[in-house]
Design a binder for this molecule. Structure first.
Ligand code: PAF
Length: 282
């Protein structure tokens, strides 16, 4: 595996691959890689001859008071994991490469509507930062395929919308959430949890499972189910931001005739914000 910082060096290598008729998959990450990320690399490897993993902690998707400065940067460990996972390139651009005109003057890509609800309403501007950086990484890597995790359910829908609206010739694939044995969704931010919080953390997934079981059994009192989820989270020591049941296809309001629902939650456990979701076939 090659580690590349310079965009010209990347371009040269991409050119060589293209001349050989090889397809390129990108796995954009912010590093501190865990088994969930490696599952994305596996999907990428199954869908293209070449795999580029990017590690870039993107300043524009963090709000004021959020964890940009303390976000775990573990590039040596990440490099070892990616070598084992047979990625072809680890691309670690610096901020000047991704934002040549600086953060203030950067051209932005904004997907309205879908980004202004759920996580977007608690983290204003977050998804604008995500779509802006993903569009830039796409421009730098020019991939045929891009892989994102279903754990960030809203994010992957927003990126699909962006790609469709801009007619970008990139197939967006998503990979299922990878969980710890007790059900906690793997996340780079889990490392913020202390031992007591780590013990409580699976309650997030359990609250989603309880709602999903009721939906699967035919319950359609969406507001009551959401409220029961919030209460369960509060009892488990979380401060919920939202528990929401939506149409899985577009995050539209849940209706009795939706073919697929998604139950989503975001909640704080001590100083850590956790998110999770579960799709339910009606
Ligand atoms: O999901 C993430 O880690 C980030 O939001 C992404 C897609 C790498 C953009 O910075």
């Amino acid at each position: 595996m090659k580690t590349i910082v310079d965009k010209h060096e990347l371009r040269e290598l991409l050119g060589d691959w293209r001349r050989e008729g090889e397809h390129v998959a990108i796995v954009p990450t912010m590093g501190n890689l865990h088994a969930g990320h490696i599952s994305l690399v596996d999907v990428a490897r199954d869908n293209a001859e070449r795999v580029v993993v990017t590690v870039f902690v993107n300043p524009t998707q963090f709000g004021e008071g959020e964890d940009f400065d303390s976000y775990p940067r573990t590039i040596e460990k990440d490099t070892r994991r990616l070598k084992k996972a047979s990625a072809d390139v680890l691309f670690i651009p610096d901020v000047e490469t991704v934002y040549p005109l600086g953060l203030e003057n950067a051209t932005r890509v904004i997907v309205p509507g879908l980004t202004q609800q759920l996580c977007g309403s608690f983290r204003p501007g977050h998804f604008d930062g995500v779509t802006t950086v993903v569009a830039r990484l796409f421009a730098l890597v020019q991939p045929d395929v891009a892989v994102f995790g279903e754990k960030d359910y809203q994010q992957q829908l927003v990126i699909r919308r962006m790609v469709e609206d801009l007619s970008l010739p990139i197939s967006i694939l998503s990979a299922p959430t990878v969980r710890e044995e007790d059900g906690l969704a793997m996340s780079s931010r889990n490392s913020y949890l202390d031992a007591a919080e780590r013990q409580k953390a699976p309650a997030l997934f359990e609250s989603l499972q309880a709602i999903a079981a009721q939906l699967a059994a035919g319950a359609r009192e969406f507001a009551d189910l959401e409220e029961s989820g919030r209460e369960a989270l509060e009892q488990a020591g979380f401060e919920p931001e939202y528990v929401a049941i939506r149409s899985a296809d577009d995050l539209g309001p849940a209706a009795a005739d939706c073919p697929r629902y998604v139950v989503l939650a975001a909640a704080h456990l001590g100083g850590t914000r956790l998110i999770d979701n579960l799709v339910v076939d009606a």
